[in-house]
Design a protein around this ligand. Sequence first.
Ligand code: SF4
Ligand code: SF4
Length: 439
Amino acid sequence: MSKFTFTGGIHPFDGKSLSKDKPIVDILPKDELVYPLSQHIGAPAKAVVAVGETVKRGQMIAEAGGFVSAPIYASVSGTVTGIAPHRIVTGDMVESIIIKNDHEYIEVEYDPADPDELSKEEIIARIQKGGVVGMGGAGFPTHVKLSPKKPETIDYVIANCAECEPYLTSDYRRMVEEPEKLVEGLKIILRLFDNARGILAVEDNKPDVIDKLKKLTKDESRILVKALKTKYPQGSERQLIYATTKRAINSSMLPADAGCVVDNVDTIVAIYNAVKNGIPLMERIVTITGDCIKNPVNFRVHIGQSYRELIEEAGGFRTQPAKIVSGGPMMGFALFDLDVPTTKTASACLCLSEDEVSEAKSTNCINCGKCLEVCPGRVMPRKLMDLAVKGDLEGFEKLGGMECCECGCCSYICPAKRQLTQSIKSARKIVLANRRKAK
Ligand code: SF4
Ligand code: SF4
């Protein structure tokens, strides 16, 4: 089996055995669900319901705030009890709609369609109306991503099936249990790009998925299954594009500039649901795992359910965690409050008994060069950290600081436990904010 990959990267402990063989469990939410109006990149959505109003499951409760934005839908039926700031996973307070669940699950009527009968414009409109955004973490509105200036120049639609972050198994379970939806969703995207081929890019630690997808696509002349070498961060957009097509992009380019469109597994399934069934994005698979969780599991959650609820449903804590993360250990957010809602981009909640990062003492650099070796962005993490700490943003940019994909490989490998990623990430944030101000 040929193996596709990129330069650099690491092989961290993957922790996936805790939940990879746990089938997806449907759970019903408790009494209150919270829907932040900003759960995507772009303009916040605007509430279209008022306090006291009753809503049905599948009803739009907030409309898109612009082209680069996405609507939000109620995942339960009930009553709107508040529209007010609520804490989210990043710790920020964000204007949110709060719904009291009536536990009836009364749904709106959906509007199914035959994707083969739809025009390209109709497909895009259904994705936009369905509130589909990148569910791998970025939350970029999918209808924008699928509307490049020159669609005829797109050669590849890449389904990101790598799931390279340690501990995460939600995509894996989706591919084991519902691979048909992934393939059908990819075929819908291919309808938009006449010259493109579809690539299902899967890490080789999932041989069962590779076999399954190969069988399902054996008669699909436009779809290829590619086995990727298991290595972190194989699923990072730039690394994935390089591994599958040998095309390189930098921070000032979009995947479309290299003739590629990339979407992750859950996003492609959401596209399938929105286009074929007319069902908007209201649910997603979330892995609840880590050595502190009694019963690690993959839940199908109603977006808006709280992390506390999901942890309780997984049996609660076996031991008190030292660290709780929303997402994976490499790129997730440390969680300090469990009463925050799951959103369209929530992939996991990881509860660990050891917090290796904050417990480790940082010492002087010993010039071992390991950070340089593993950096997939091909930049110099040690030097970038020095410039970031000094506040030399000009030097930071000149040395390619913006090419960092914030993967965390340098911090992971550093024997001196230097805060490389954190410093580089902070400097990047300031540069991006300055660029926005200058526009
Ligand atoms: S500098 Fe950035 S891209 Fe390079 S290893 Fe560190 S976090 Fe990853
Ligand atoms: S890995 Fe750490 S100790 Fe080694 S060169 Fe990089 S910063 Fe210095």
